[in-house]
Design a protein around this ligand. Sequence first.
Ligand SMILES: Nc1ncnc2c1ncn2[C@@H]1O[C@H](COP(=O)(O)OP(=O)(O)O)[C@@H](O)[C@H]1O
Ligand SMILES: [Mg+2]
Length: 256
Amino acid sequence: MTPLLETRSLSKTFGGLKAVQNVDLRIEANRIVSVIGPNGAGKTTFFNCLSGIYRPDGGSILLEGRDITGRPPHQVCQLGLSRTFQNIRLFPEMTVLENVLVAQFQHRSLSPLPLLLHSPHFCAQEKQSRDDALGFLDFVGLAQYADTLSSSLAYGLQRRLEIARALATRPRLLLLDEPAAGMNPQETIDMVRLISSIRDRGLAILLIEHDMKVVMTISDDILVLDHGVPIAHGAPDHVRKDPQVIKAYLGEEISN
Ligand SMILES: Nc1ncnc2c1ncn2[C@@H]1O[C@H](COP(=O)(O)OP(=O)(O)O)[C@@H](O)[C@H]1O
Ligand SMILES: [Mg+2]
């Protein structure tokens, strides 16, 4: 069967630095796959290649069998791959609801003309968009904050809003770059639940996460990068016992 996403020997260098080297990865629909590795291992660079922010300088990326290597981010998004960022990227001066609406409109490439002409068609479309956006906010637990300025949301809730925005572009594969970074233990547990419920909606998730408890609990499959090189790949039980992985983490706790 054609996997949802496949990378073949994906590589990216910056000057002389090989940030990602020959990464082969297959993600099936409805799976949670984590990418782990020490700081600077190339995890975010790998995401940036997948989502079209960086053009890889070797290898290829196939989304549902279609070669998307080198496509710009908006095209990759329209083809079904959406992401969040390690550093939150919201429109701070917009409300929570507006942030999701903008993501929806960007995705659908709608013309603003019907809006300017106040056409009945647009009104129906606008109502549908609002209802859809509120549905995504409800799903991530932010419905009550719809009219709040996004910049005044607590940090953990801003992370949830980022996920609502990504979901609003209707991806089949969602890339999450450290969604639980900076969260307290309860927020982290809630984030794990949210990620599981996204998978229950039928999406596949590619996750970068430092919290090994989270990674080991939630992942079907784990890819370990070290200095851009894949050093292990497989189920959590396989990866946590791998001597190279233990060495790369220099004794960090990965057994829980
Ligand atoms: N735009 C860039 N230009 C130059 N070097 C970069 C750039 N982005 C990342 N790097 C380098 O690539 C390596 C991998 O970085 P990154 O992918 O951010 O790692 P991780 O997300 O695993 O911490 C690091 O050495 C980093 O300094
Ligand atoms: Mg990173």
